[in-house]
Every structure is written in C-alpha cells, then in structure tokens.
Design a protein around this ligand. Structure first.
Ligand SMILES: Cc1cc2nc3c(=O)[nH]c(=O)nc-3n(C[C@H](O)[C@H](O)[C@H](O)COP(=O)(O)O)c2cc1C
Length: 202
C-alpha cells in the first residue's frame, strides 16, 4: 500500500510564487529520476530535460513567460481576458510570479522515433504522452519533497524564442517548462468537476 502517494496526489496544487532560495542539485536529480521512471511508449524514453539555474538565463525566461502569458490572455483564448485583468496579471508577473530558482524545460526527443513513417502521427501522440507522464511524475515528486511547481504550457506559443535561449539538441521539441522552487504561497487545492460528470461505468 502506498497511501502516502495518494496524499501527495490529492494535496498537490500549482505553485506560481517561489522563494528564491536555491535547490540542492541532489534534490533536482532525485526529482528528474522520478520523471524518467514514467511509463513510456515501447520503452522509447523520448525525453530530454534542460535544467536552468543560471540567474541571467532565468530572468530571460521569466521575461518570455510574461510575453507568452500576455499573448495567451489577449490572442489565444476564444474569449480574451478584459484589459484590466490582463494588466493585473502582467503586474503580478512583473512582481515576481513565475520567477523560480529552477526551470526545467521538457523536450520531446524525436530522435528516439522507431515507427514506420505511415504511423508517425500516432507515434507523435505516444511520444508526447510519454513526456507528459514524465512531467506529472516530476511535479508529484517535487511536491512530495516539499517543493512547489507549475506546469507551463504557454512557452509553446513561442517555442522558437525559448529555443534561442535554451539551445536544445536538434530533433527535440519543447513540450513544457516546469517552474520549480520552495513555495512562497499556499493556495487551496483547486476544485474539480464531479466524478459523476466525467465517468461512465459500464
Ligand atoms: C498542459 C498544461 C499547461 C499549463 N500551462 C500553464 C501556463 O502556461 N501557465 C500557468 O499559470 N499554469 C499552467 N498550467 C497549470 C494549470 O493552470 C493548472 O494545473 C490548473 O489550473 C489546475 O490547477 P492545479 O494544478 O492547482 O490543480 C498548465 C497545466 C497543464 C497540464
């Protein structure tokens, strides 16, 4: 029985405000070790991680995160946020939201492809699902170890700009950035739609 795991899953929530204390490398490596324990299609392990600790690079990433979130709020959503909400969000980011002592950029490594070309579309799904499983493991491991994190998808809106900074290997495609650090906020666990609404048992 691993009831502690259930506690970890049920108590996790996204953290967006971080203390700027550094995280020991040992802890970061332990978390990544949990990431690569994720199930992965055909044993392909199609992931690659870039861990950013460098201060000036982190500040560059934070600037891009501001731009990407603004783009999301104003142009991506079918119903864009009203300007006053956008400027509030922007102010919070300028004030330090999403600024983390560590960012983990998570890539899908398409060099690990093994499928015939006519199955490349489904293989892409397998690869992205495998990488997503690793991201979830990382986020849960971080929480279990007393760290907070948030899975950031907005960088996908401007992958090239992030790649310019992070210089991933050829054949790797950005899937997410995980902001990681000791929490400086304690949000309540966010509610979910009821199980009845999303489950059919037959
Ligand atoms: C694919 C994906 C992309 C996400 N992108 C962002 C993001 O760009 N910015 C952000 O603040 N949160 C992002 N999140 C976090 C979600 O907003 C969050 O998980 C959701 O609101 C539920 O809250 P909880 O994680 O606290 O339970 C993302 C989560 C996922 C799974």
């Amino acid at each position: 029985m691993c009831e502690d795991l259930l506690k970890v899953i049920l108590s996790r929530c996204s953290i967006r405000l971080f203390k700027q204390d550094s995280i020991p490398d040992q802890l970061i490596l332990k978390i990544l070790e949990c990431g690569v324990r994720a199930p992965n299609a055909g044993g392909s392990e199609p992931w690659y991680f870039i861990v950013v600790k460098d201060e000036s690079l982190r500040r560059e990433i934070h600037k891009l995160l501001l731009e990407a979130h603004r783009l999301y709020a104003t142009s991506v959503l079918k119903e864009p946020l009203p300007p006053e909400k956008v400027s509030k969000w922007v102010q919070r980011i300028v004030g330090g939201m999403y600024l983390a002592p560590v960012y983990i950029a998570v890539y899908a490594d398409f060099r690990r492809s093994t499928h015939n070309v006519q199955y490349s579309e489904v293989e892409k799904v397998y690869i992205i699902q495998s990488v997503s499983a690793a991201i979830e493991n990382i986020i849960l491991a971080a929480h279990a170890l007393g760290l907070g994190s948030v899975w950031l998808g907005v960088p996908l809106l401007m992958k090239d700009r992030f790649d310019e900074l992070l210089k991933p290997p050829e054949g790797c495609e950005l899937q997410a950035i995980i902001a990681l650090g000791y929490p400086s906020e304690q949000p309540r666990v966010r509610p979910r739609r009821s199980i009845d609404e999303v489950v059919k048992i037959i």
